[in-house]
Design a binder for this molecule. Structure first.
Ligand SMILES: Cc1cc2nc3c(=O)[nH]c(=O)nc-3n(C[C@H](O)[C@H](O)[C@H](O)COP(=O)(O)OP(=O)(O)OC[C@H]3O[C@@H](n4cnc5c(N)ncnc54)[C@H](O)[C@@H]3O)c2cc1C
Length: 323
């Protein structure tokens, strides 16, 4: 770890201390709620700090069609509700608070939230990821005024309007297709000459009369007057630019792991927490799973699986190391 990464001393700011818990789960997405289910069933009475969004990215996903057990697909928010209900049924407790600092220098480990200091014998980090920004002029200014990162949340506002979807992966095509329910026209803008999305999704998008595609193309600027009105597009092959009138820009270009608070406390690589195959970090008793630790798979099922694995391993570790 470099000196730049050396964290500031842990300051409890006189907050109330809660715990110690046997297992503290940080994050209430598929990873955290699955870890909580397994930890609860092992009678470890886990506490889950949910962060701002119970359900994480699934809560903002219109439909999940590849989670086993739901042959007709399942709504993202509905799946979250089921995950939560199942974890709570076995005694997991969810707390609406976010971790803002950690002290892993001695046990019990300490995690600072906005409301309290949480002490725990073991910690499972499941803080997931947030959508990556395009970083073009106008993006920040028009967020919530035509720029969005969530079709399910904002699609309705674009009834009969023209929108752009930026990205080339599964999320871009899936959400683009969903947006055709409302929008008059959805143009998918992608910087490469082919999509990364699965074949089925590509086929469906190609057959959708409301969808069109601008490959080898990027957005230079987003502009408007209080709300998005136009974008400047650049074709990367020809170098040509053109202004296109548009009502909305939906951005699905990947994610950045929510791991900033662990910098200097845990071994990380490219912002992801490094774990071994038992979901163990370099600090004994601190586990990480799901999109906070996984740059490869990034699915509900893989994240849930890693969460379950982290809880199973935390249980084994606690059996060996409980004071
Ligand atoms: C638009 C979209 C569509 C998708 N569609 C599909 C799909 O069809 N099928 C599929 O398998 N996958 C899909 N995914 C991916 C899937 O949603 C993710 O792989 C999965 O949600 C990752 O789970 P996670 O729990 O690791 O992280 P997240 O879902 O990101 O959850 C992170 C959790 O951590 C919490 N948190 C963050 N910071 C803190 C903190 N400091 N303290 C405490 N808590 C914190 C958040 O509030 C949240 O509860 C989609 C994603 C998006 C964005």
């Amino acid at each position: 770890m470099t000196s730049e990464n050396t964290p500031l001393p842990f300051d409890d700011e006189g907050l109330e201390t809660k715990g110690p818990y046997k297992v503290l789960v940080l994050g209430g997405g598929p990873t955290g709620l699955s870890a909580a289910l397994y930890a609860a069933r092992a009678e470890l009475n886990p506490l889950v700090l949910t962060g701002l969004q119970i359900g994480g990215q699934v809560a903002i996903t219109h439909s999940v069609e590849n989670y086993p057990g739901f042959p007709d697909g399942v709504g993202g928010p509905e799946l979250v509700e089921l995950f939560q209900k199942q974890a709570e049924r076995f005694g997991a407790v969810l707390e609406f608070d976010s971790a803002v600092d950690v002290d892993f220098s001695q046990r019990p480990y300490r995690v600072k939230g906005y409301n309290a200091i949480y002490e725990a014998e073991s910690v499972i980090i499941a803080t997931g990821a947030t959508p990556r920004k395009l970083q073009v002029p106008g993006e920040v200014e028009f967020t919530g005024r035509g720029v969005s990162y969530c079709g399910t949340c904002d699609g309705w506002f674009f009834k009969g309007k023209d929108v752009i979807v930026v990205g080339g992966g599964d999320s871009a095509l899936e959400e683009g297709e969903f947006l055709t329910r409302y929008a008059n026209k959805v143009t998918v803008v992608h910087r490469r000459d082919e999509f990364r999305a699965g074949v089925l999704l590509q086929k469906r998008a190609a057959e959708n009369p409301k969808m069109s595609f601008a490959l080898d193309t990027v957005i230079n600027t987003i502009d408007g007057n209080g709300e998005v009105q136009k974008v400047e597009l650049k074709n990367l092959k020809s170098g040509e630019t053109q202004t296109q009138p548009i009502d909305g820009v939906f951005i699905f270009i990947g994610h950045t792991p929510n791991t900033e608070i662990f910098q200097g406390h845990l071994e990380m690589e490219d912002g992801y927490i490094v774990t071994n195959k038992l979901m163990e970090t370099n600090i004994p008793g601190v586990f990480a799973a799901g999109e906070a630790a996984d740059p490869h798979f990034r699915q509900v099922i893989t994240s849930a699986g890693m969460g379950a694995a982290a809880a199973i391993q935390a249980n084994r570790w606690l059996q060996e190391h409980s004071s």
